[in-house]
Design a protein around this ligand. Structure first.
Ligand code: SF4
Length: 273
C-alpha cells in the first residue's frame, strides 16, 4: 500500500495490540521515553527494555506501559504503536510500502476508507518517528557495509555474527550494544569535544548518530575489541530498527547477501511474539 491508498482505522482502546507484541525501540524512541519518565537512557534501557531493543513486557506478555487508563507513555509511544494496524517496509533504495496487519483476536477496532494512509500517519504523529527511523536505517546501512568489508579478515567477527544469528533464530534477543545508549555514548562523545549533550530527543539522536559516524570513521581494523563492538552494534541496531538481522547475517562470511535478500531484510513494522 502507498500513502495515497484509502485507509482508516477506529481504535476502541481495548489494549489488545499492547499484548503479545515486540515493540522495537530505536535510540530516538528511547530518548523520548526516557525523558517522559525522567530517566537517563542508561536507566531506561536497563529497567524498561529487553537487551535495549524491545520494550519489556510483564509476565503476562503485556507491555509494561499499559495501565488501566491506557498507554502510560502515549505522547511518546514508539513508532510501531503509532503505525498499528499498519506496518511499514523500506527497501535499501528507500522505497516504502505499507501493509495492513491482521486484527488482534477479539479486537473491536474498525477498518474503513474514510481517509488515506497519509492521513493516518499524520493523525498519529508518525512523521518525526519515520524520519528518525530512516536516518537510523541509513546509518545501519553504513555499519553493515563496514561489517561486510571486515568479515574476510576477521574470523572472530564472523563467529560472533554467527552466534548472534543463532540467538535470533532461537527467538532470543541479540546482545545489548553499549554504543546504543545515547546518554552514555553520545554524552562521552560530547564531553570529549567540550560540548553539552542536547536535551531535545531529536537533537540528541542526531548527536548520537554523529558520534557513531565518528566512531566508524576512526575505527582501526586491528583495534582491540572491534569485533565484539561491531557485531553487537549490527545485531542490536538492526533488531531495534525492525531489520531481519538473521537474514542479513546468513552465511555472511562465505556468501554476502544479494540485493534482493537485503531488500527483503529491511523492514519496519510490528512484530508479533
Ligand atoms: S508503548 Fe503504549 S501503545 Fe505501545 S504497546 Fe506499550 S502500552 Fe501499548
Amino acid at each position: 500500500m502507498s500513502r495515497q491508498i484509502p485507509f482508516s482505522y477506529h481504535c476502541s482502546r481495548c489494549g489488545r495490540c499492547c499484548a503479545d507484541m515486540r515493540i522495537q525501540v530505536n535510540p530516538y524512541e528511547v530518548c523520548r521515553l526516557a525523558r517522559r519518565l525522567g530517566l537517563t537512557t542508561t536507566h531506561f534501557l536497563a529497567r524498561h527494555t529487553v537487551s535495549g531493543v524491545h520494550l519489556a513486557t510483564r509476565p503476562d506478555r503485556v507491555c509494561g506501559f499499559l495501565s488501566s487508563a491506557g498507554c502510560a507513555v502515549h505522547p511518546d509511544r514508539p513508532l510501531v504503536c503509532r503505525l498499528y494496524p499498519l506496518a511499514r517496509h523500506v527497501t535499501t533504495s528507500g522505497r516504502e510500502r505499507f501493509a495492513c496487519l491482521l486484527p488482534r483476536p477479539g479486537s473491536p477496532g474498525e477498518f474503513g476508507t474514510a481517509g488515506s494512509v497519509e492521513d493516518y500517519l499524520a493523525a498519529n504523529g508518525a512523521e518525526p518517528f519515520l524520519a528518525e527511523a530512516d536516518a537510523w536505517l541509513a546509518l545501519f546501512g553504513r555499519v553493515h557495509s563496514l561489517f561486510q568489508a571486515l568479515l574476510a579478515d576477521h574470523s572472530l567477527l564472523a563467529a560472533l555474527a554467527s552466534d548472534i544469528r543463532l540467538e535470533l533464530l532461537q527467538d532470543r534477543p541479540p546482545p545489548a550494544s553499549p554504543l546504543l545508549d545515547t546518554d552514555r555514548f553520545a554524552g562521552e562523545h560530547c564531553a570529549a569535544l567540550g560540548r553539552v549533550l542536547p536535551a531535545d530527543p531529536a537533537e540528541k539522536s542526531l548527536v548520537h548518530r554523529q558520534a557513531l559516524e565518528h566512531w566508524l570513521h576512526g575505527l582501526h581494523p586491528q583495534r582491540e575489541g572491534l569485533d565484539e563492538s561491531l557485531a553487537r552494534l549490527v545485531g542490536a541496531l538492526g533488531v531495534c530498527l525492525g531489520v531481519n538481522v538473521a537474514a542479513l547475517l546468513q552465511d555472511a562470511a562465505e556468501t554476502p547477501p544479494g540485493a534482493s535478500e537485503r531488500d527483503e531484510a529491511l523492514r519496519l513494522g510490528a512484530e508479533f511474539l
